[in-house]
Design a protein around this ligand. Sequence first.
Ligand SMILES: [Cu+2]
Length: 672
Amino acid sequence: MGRRCFALVLATGQTGAAAVSSRILQNIELPMLSALHAVLLAVLPQAQDAIVAPPPRLPLPRPAANAPMAAINQNRVPAGTLRNGILTIALDVVEAAWQAEGPEDPVVRILALAERGKAPQVPGPLLRAPQGTTVHLTVRNRSDSAIMLSGFRHSLAARDDTLHLAAGTTRRLTFQLDSVGTFFYWGVLRGLTSWRQRDWLDSQLGGALVVDPPGTPAGAMRDQIWMVTEWFHPYPDRPFESVLVFNGKAWPHNERLTMVQGDSVHWRLINAAAIEHPMHLHGFYFRVERRGGERADTAVAAGRQPLQNVQLMQQGGTMAISWVPTTPGNWVFHCHFASHVGDHVSLHGSPEAHVVHAADGGRETPRTAHQGHQMRGLVIGMHVTPSPGYREAGIAERRTIRLFALKGAADLTGNQTAYGFALQEGDSAPVPTAVKIPGPVLELRRNQPVRIVVQNNMDEPTGVHWHGLEIESYPDGVPGFSGIGTRIMPPIAPGASFTAEFTPPRSGTFPYHSHLHELRQIGSGMYGAILVTDEPRDTLRDHLVVAGGGGLPVFRAGGPAFLLVNGRQTPRPIYLTAGEPNRIRLVSIHADEVLRFRLGDDSTVARWTPVAVDGADLPAALQAPRTATVEMGPGETADFMYTPLRPGRSWLEVWITPAGQRIALPVVVRGE
Ligand SMILES: [Cu+2]
């Protein structure tokens, strides 16, 4: 499928981003994988324990000296002229320069689209008009590269929806916007047939195409459109250089949105990168109102829109989501693949960095400095301003939990160090060997105020996120960002503690996990489950399955990708009684992999009834019995009711998709 094939070399021990590199690795032959594994396992222990320096960087393709700098397109202003039901638009394909990150970060060479007479844009100009609009499109290819454009005419088969432009030529296309929804148009270099095949030069050729319902007045749609693209450069002697962006810029250099507490927020997201993304919203639930792909987009009936805080976006997938930011403060929306919010998808630190000289002759420091957290790539930050009269509840009486972040022995796969959590029991702090993977289950009571004191007894900073809980911003756990005004949560330094105070408002199943150096810390075990309940759980009929990493993720396919289920590669059985309903809570919290779950025996898949996702009860229309398989991105939880009909033995299998490590948890059904 992909054109890319090269070794994932760990020159400094920075592990490969399984998610980023999966499309590459799918082409590697198995013997090659085995040899690489040997190398990897040999270098991993040292690598994991250090605060790893960025990998050595390689030259990036620089733009020509006279190439115009691409402007960042926030997708707020449609391109062209819309008059009497006709949208007239003229685009140029040009060689351009693009700076996906900060003013000191690299400027790279791309092909870009410009509205005639204007600067080229990343993403390309927004095409937006009501259904039924006729579009007169003129495209002039002013670059030296032959290209093909597609994605304009959704009623055609993909192979017929093409517009070929040799260098220097102009083509005209007239078409009708015939289906409502969120789409994208795209270009590729000559000889390629899909946007999935792009790597760097053609990677930003394309833009959003939004078709509103007929009769929508211009300017009436106040939604924010976010387009995800990737600039990806393979090399023969190191994995790759990549940058992943929302609307042309990566965190922390992309636009910070300001919204008012209680606003209605409407976003459209377009994943025009050749890799899936589990998108996660902190603090609030959203509903997915529309869902689409490359050539179709469908409204989701109101009664079938669950509350979600994670949605896995497939390659080429689109969605329209809405939510209400009910709590003020700083919040993030981000991809939950750890490698997509870290150095693997950043050009920062490259020797090709473009240095901006400040007025005083020194180097200008980007204004959006990191302030402690190290996220990069696919993160959006939001400031929610308090509505008038807002006050945080003052609560004196709280149940106190002391949670320790610890490093244990080198007892994970490949002799990696276990990172994890332990609770204080009694008067003395837990010793490092008390590390538990997954972390201890935090059993909280709905509406009961709690104070969790996180004591960091590791030798590196951390921060803990209570994923999915609708709580205040300050305890939310993104170091250097969570909080309100000047009261910002700091990274928890080695030896220091942080007190998170909140009151969980909803009963359900949630993960908690590190929110700093996520690939290493979550990947090495810093994750667990939070169960919020109204009354004590009946653990004979209420079962928790936490699937996550057990060492840094290395390979998706064919090798040890370091998956643990309930902390083990051979998990202990769960016991059920025939004829009795059981709740099965699944937590998918691998740092960098999508997991698939299947309940059944060798020949038959069981049936179960989904009752909750992401900690929120499902609408009645979605609580219908179905085949017991589910795919879950990192950070997702799902609860199912399962009534085994007869005694026997089956399995809850968990594996890294599409065909990675597989673990089977025995399910033993006893007679009534
Ligand atoms: Cu991602």
